[in-house]
Ligand binder design. Sequence first.
Ligand code: PTJ
Length: 245
Amino acid sequence: MIPKSHPRYESLLLRDKMVKASNEGYLADSALIAHGRGEAFDYLIGEHTTYPAKRAMYVGVAALLLSNNPVISVNGNATALACDEIIYLANAINAKIEINLFYRTDERVKIITQLYKDHGYEDILGTLDDDIEHLSDIKNPRATASKKGIYTADTILIPLEDGDRAEILKKSGKKIITIDLNPLSRTSIMSDISIMDNIVRAVPLMTKIAEDLKTQDKKVLKEMVNEFNNEENLNESLQQIRLKE
Ligand code: PTJ
């Protein structure tokens, strides 16, 4: 039990969630290392949502609201940290949720499928009995996607995604939005819209933004997406780290 008065309370709570998920058997072996990398970047930006991250969230939500078949891709880490919040966001933007594991095993897929169902989300894709295809005919385990989900999606939100997979998605012509605390990662650089923030802060805020943007004229949303420059926004995100030196 972590006392609320602990100066690192929030961060320790997230560690606890990760350890619990690890014990439940649905995290990748390297999940805690990936989490640690995220923690380090979060520390450097002061563990708060920066202005460029917020701007990218608005544009990302606009792009998701404009798309015909939006999908939120979830892995072990994203599920451990924000399962309920991801379900709320999916409902708010009318997106599907697909299990998409870098280190895919039947056992992990089974546990994560059950977890989403236990949390009230029945229509989870990427399960063991789903119709799985290969993106752009790339016969590589990294290129698998559900026929109803990522395979036919036009816009995909990929929190905490590995670079190989982001590259394959990008090459297959999808619009990619990532949530990644590392603005230097291949995923952040390759994505169309990169949100440099912690998933636990970003997803709830994106749900609020969705409620706000839902009633906006589509023309306004299109302008927001067209005017956004990811490279510039990432450079601004990087400066948020330097400001802390
Ligand atoms: O569940 P699986 O098999 O799909 O595997 C998941 C991991 C995360 C282990 C896998 O995708 C992986 O190895 O990813 P990487 O290449 O380590 O990339 C993860 C990125 O997420 C890194 O750039 C981290 O900085 C970032 N990250 C970690 N924790 C958070 C985060 N970004 C936002 N919020 C976090 N809490």
